[in-house]
Design a protein. Structure first.
Length: 402
């Protein structure tokens, strides 16, 4: 079986509301990524996706150009069931074509292109072998992936729930505004913090108060500094399960965290991901396979993570990436090993999870023939070969950006 064509498409993967902010003023939309369609002589078609997360230096257009003019032509006639071999060759080709020290933007575009191609090749490999990708990656058996609902508008939740005088850390009754999410089966929620200390503390408290005692809360720190002692204490009292943060924000003088730290969802450089694990501050690594090198990069990361006793939780950003990105992340999440953390870090995530806005599935399912099922608070792992879904190319053609 040989590859006969490689075709890239630019798509918009934004969630509802990304075009405008709450004041309805237009804001830039950089949530674009590049899909890659690879077809074989036997008629098998694999799909992959890559994103550089930037528009500078060409962004998705540069990724498409690299696929069209550099990587794609070298794949014609190749065996598509050797993704790890192709991955290494594309890395070498990128270094020889652009030099050992290309610009930052070019490096990101190269890795995004390799990510898309690698995911598509694993998709074909699974189809050829009659196995879902997660069974090719490991012997871990996981039939569903927990959804962590990104409530995003943290200031809105703060306004609704943050009566500090009424807030009690043992509150067990969810607020009516949150009950509809709980009724849908969701029990894990991510809230973002930024700005002054007092506001961040109110946001954490408001989230716990709003969703009740039984829900799991994930806090994502969007500031460029480590949480202060008061905020660390507030997270502990609110029984936060996980802090998503950048270990570079921390120093020896930073307060000791009482919750595990996750990082890596926006990091594209494999060396930096490995350095983050080696630093000792990261408990959970969150590689995003559409920006850091695809499934093959994930396998390499898993090997290194084991040596540092770091858990790996593949991530898929709520504001970029199409249904292909989500389908690939589900396969990746189904394949990673997991174990309980130290008792001193309870409560903590008991299983891998993917952050998702509750209204995003309709957007990401638009051009997928087999829709991703997110019922009951979980994303269900398909057992169909490859990524477990195919693309309605007529619908995709209407959505693709020239």
């Amino acid at each position: 079986m040989r590859i006969i064509s490689v075709n890239p498409y630019i798509v918009r993967g934004a969630t509802p509301g990304s075009e405008t902010d709450r004041s309805m003023k237009p804001i830039p939309n950089w949530a674009l990524s590049c899909l890659v369609r690879i077809e074989t002589e036997t008629g098998l078609v694999g799909w992959g996706e890559g994103s550089s997360l930037i528009r500078l230096g060409g962004g998705p257009a540069k990724v498409r150009e690299i696929v069209n003019t550099i990587f794609g032509p070298t794949l014609i006639g190749r065996d598509p069931t050797e993704p790890m071999v192709v991955w290494k060759e594309l890395q070498t080709l990128a270094a020889s074509t652009f030099g050992r020290d290309p610009t930052h933007h070019m490096k990101r575009a190269n890795i995004a292109a390799i990510s898309a191609i690698d995911i598509a090749l694993w998709d074909i490999s699974g189809q050829a072998k009659g196995q879902p990708v997660h069974k090719l990656l490991s012997n871990v058996v996981r039939s569903k992936i927990k959804v962590c609902v990104d409530i995003s508008l943290s200031s809105l939740w703060e306004e609704r729930f943050s009566s500090d005088s009424a807030w009690q850390p043992t509150s067990s009754v969810p607020q009516p505004e949150a009950q509809f999410l709980l009724d849908l089966g969701f029990d894990t929620f991510e809230v973002r913090i930024s700005g002054p200390l007092e506001r961040s503390m109110r946001t954490v408290r408001a989230t716990r108060h709003g969703f009740g005692r039984q829900a799991s809360i994930v806090v994502k720190n969007l500031t460029s500094r480590a949480p202060e002692e008061e905020l660390v204490s507030a997270m502990s009292t609110a029984r936060v399960s996980l802090l998503v943060d950048n270990p570079a924000n921390y120093s020896e003088d930073s307060p000791r965290l009482s919750v595990p730290m996750a990082w890596g969802g926006r990091e594209w450089n494999g060396k930096y991901l490995c350095d983050g694990m080696a630093g000792g501050d990261v408990d959970i690594l969150q590689p995003n396979i559409i920006i850091c090198g695809g499934f093959t990069a994930l396998l390499r990361i898993l090997t290194i993570a084991r040596s540092h006793d770091v858990l790996v939780m593949p991530s898929c950003h709520t504001s970029y990436g199409s249904g292909i990105a989500l389908a690939a992340t589900i396969q990746a999440s189904a394949a990673v090993p997991w174990k309980s953390m130290e008792a001193g870090q309870e409560p903590n995530p008991k299983e891998p999870m993917i952050s998702l806005s509750p209204d995003i599935l309709d957007i990401r399912n638009q051009f997928l023939v087999q829709k991703i099922d997110g019922s009951g608070g979980y994303l269900h792992v398909p057992e169909a070969p490859g990524l477990g879904t195919t693309v309605d190319e007529q619908v995709l053609g209407q959505m693709a950006i020239q």
